[in-house]
Write a protein that binds this ligand. Structure first.
Ligand code: PLP
Length: 368
């Protein structure tokens, strides 16, 4: 029997222990910890990678959304439409700036459903916030068309989608701003918390740069109220190092997704995510391999017995089901989805042999 973790956290370090140790020692020897060259380099590297005008390193992906919303002027009295199929961080960020999160359904590809968004627009809607979940970018044409029609802005939670594209354009670069998370299990993960914001808007960039550093301008003078939310230099140096091989890591994830597709595509008991080349408009990088299954809980128990660890995203609870937070909206499609969905191991380090073993274990469960 194999022992396949859902995500191999320690391998993030052990696979390149010598090189990463040097990177970290270098930062410590230079005594360069906060807003130093590694952070500036990372911001330039990220901007180039995503083809966006400005990139800022922040303390984490949640702060990135809060600071982004503040920078574009979302606040009390405003509504922001976002999918219920997201991490609580997306909705919490809207709440924390004093606005109201309005939750919407996901479509067949697990992404925010544009038709459902349109039904939820009100005179108070200030922004639509698609979440680029699972390393896929929403159909941004459809979302932008609704935003234009109703004169509201688009902002993106791209925490899970660095490297993903829609019609050749990178996730996080469509909206007034887009946010990234470098949480260790993310596509590009650091060794702690980390995040980034992208924007093509100079005025928004100026606000972000003040808000993340106590409102201090380039001369160090405080000119606005701000937060302490800077990506530390040690994490920035680690991310710069990992960014060098990031395109190959994304390709590896796509190849794992293709292997799952080949091995499981004929099982009618399963609904797989879109295959890597299913739609030429989408370039997916598979932060997660989220599928739907008949008898999901039994299948997961069977896989666990076979040494294969799986999880249900957001610990099984989409945001609208947190009644304690005051949500009363009814989202039957998202409810139905969460009775069937779960995620198989997906990362750049998993071997072909482990993926084959997972496929065989699933086929055995369904007697195929
Ligand atoms: C969709 C989504 N939004 C926001 C976040 C928040 O990012 P962080 O954990 O870096 O604060 C995450 C990840 O944790 C996420 O998956």
């Amino acid at each position: 029997m194999r022992n396949i973790p859902f995500f191999p956290y320690s391998q993030l370090f052990t696979a390149q222990e010598k090189e990463l140790t040097e990177v970290m020692l270098g930062v410590c020897r230079r005594g360069a910890y906060i807003l130093q060259q590694d952070c500036r380099d990372l911001e330039a590297n990220l901007a180039k990678f995503a083809n966006v005008k400005h990139a800022f390193g922040l303390a984490n992906g949640t702060d990135a959304i809060i600071i982004g919303l503040k920078a574009v002027g979302v606040g009390p009295g405003d509504e922001v439409i976002l999918p219920s199929h997201t991490y609580i961080a997306t909705a919490a960020s809207v709440h924390m700036v004093g606005a109201t999160p309005v939750l919407a359904e996901c479509g067949a590809d697990h992404m925010l459903d544009p038709a459902d968004v349109e039904k939820r627009i009100t005179p108070r809607t200030k922004a639509i916030m698609p979440v680029q979940v699972n390393g896929r970018t929403c159909d941004m044409d459809a979302i932008q068309a609704i935003a234009d029609k109703h004169n509201v802005m688009v902002v993106e939670d791209a925490a899970q989608a660095l490297g993903s594209k829609f019609k050749g354009r990178s996730a996080g670069t469509f909206g007034k701003f887009g946010t990234i998370s470098f949480y260790p299990a993310k596509l590009l993960g650091c060794f702690g918390d980390g995040g980034a914001i992208f924007t093509n808007d100079d005025a928004v960039a100026e606000q972000i740069s003040l808000l993340r550093d106590h409102g201090r301008n380039a001369e160090g003078r405080v000119v606005a109220w701000g937060y302490n939310s800077r990506l530390d230099n040690l994490q920035a140096a680690i991310l710069n190092f990992k960014l060098k091989t990031f395109p190959q890591d994304c390709e590896r994830r796509r190849s794992v997704a293709a292997q799952y597709q080949r091995g499981l595509g004929d099982l009618k008991e399963l609904t797989l995510p879109p295959a890597p080349d299913a739609d030429p408009r989408h370039h997916d990088v598979y932060q997660n391999y989220e599928l739907e299954a008949d008898r999901r809980d039994e299948l997961r128990a069977h896989l666990e017995k076979q040494g294969v660890r799986t999880i249900i995203q957001w610990a099984g609870t989409p945001v609208h089901q947190f009644k304690e937070l005051g949500f009363t909206v009814n989202l039957p499609r998202t409810d139905a989805f969460f009775k069937r969905c779960f995620m198989l191991p997906m990362n750049a380090a998993i071997s072909d042999e482990d993926v084959d073993y997972i496929i065989k274990s699933i086929r055995t469960f369904y007697g195929k």
